[in-house]
Design a protein around this ligand. Sequence first.
Ligand code: SAH
Ligand code: SF4
Length: 365
Amino acid sequence: MKYIYDLTLDELKDVLKPLNAPQFRAGQIFTALHQGIPVPDITNIPKDLRVWLNENFNCNLPEIVTVQTSKDGTKKYLLAYKQNLNSERENSENLQTDLIECVLLNQNYGNTLCVSSQVGCRMGCRFCASGKNGLVRNLTAGEILAEVLLINRLNSTSTTRGVTNIVLMGSGEPLDNYDNVMQFLRLVTAPTGINISARNISLSTSGLVPQIKKFADENTQVNLCISLHAPNDELRQQIMPIAKRYTIRELVDAAKYYFEKTHRRVIFEYSLMMKDGKTFNCAVGQARELANLVRGFPAHINLINLNPLHFDANAVLTPPSREIAMTFMDAVIKNGVSCTMRKNKGDDIDGACGQLRLRHLNQLN
Ligand code: SAH
Ligand code: SF4
């Protein structure tokens, strides 16, 4: 059954045509869906239309499994999409539950929601919980959108919006689910819908070079973030399998192309890590190497301390001390590149991407 949140306004108009419902109904439904109102509660349309939608589409928003609230106000939601794998058979109990997570961060400029684009991830980065069990499936455009609609409704007041900014930084590699993510971007920026400006949206990628170029050609105003995490290919290959497919040079060239096309400054994400108690990617010489890579075009480096995996008892990767981190940041800046340190928000909860889901899966097993 098709998911109702996958539909654009025009597609909704098309499905309503055979019903001979007035044209404006499509707009009413689209707007109400984007306000996060469940279909049975869209009371400005006739009841039989609500019933018809429910019978012909999957209209379920994701279910909330748990919410963790951090001392700094960060809220982490574990959400479940349930689908009946034997939908042909009545009363079938064969439900597949797909868990994803999203995080709402309060910032002085608004509320940023970090959404997931896939259930799991197949990129297999060594330090990341999302990739630990591989990819389960891609989320559809509507499923990514429904994360935003649900959390926005839960956190909105009569005067403020629950979600003002979006980062595609939850579990999943967004550019590995390219078409659905592009459709999500069209839906979430639609003027008659939740209407979040592309400039308030950031997409983070582990560095799929051809898709970055394709994304640049889409001519959106979305901010591009690239997970670099190492200043040279040899080091990067040790923690990110994707680095064996594309070199850092190719990646930085793709980032420059993105800037030329969109005029949006590109952000490089760099998680500081120690390996076996020694600096892995955060020595002063490596700060210089990093700065040399991206100097000369409008780029910014976002540092974050590694959030160690709670489940990895044999973890060899750990975060550096504050002193090492600050010295690294100063060295990048001294070498002529704009650089800031991101605070690890929600440190006291399962902060980093994929950790809440992984904890839950481990408890189930
Ligand atoms: N798949 C995309 C987006 C999701 S991850 C990507 O990799 O870019 C969002 C960011 O968190 C990425 O920069 C990722 O490398 C980083 N990350 C993942 N696990 C982390 C951890 N344990 N500690 C610090 N950063 C982490
Ligand atoms: Fe996937 Fe990103 Fe995690 Fe790598 S860091 S495994 S690409 S979610």
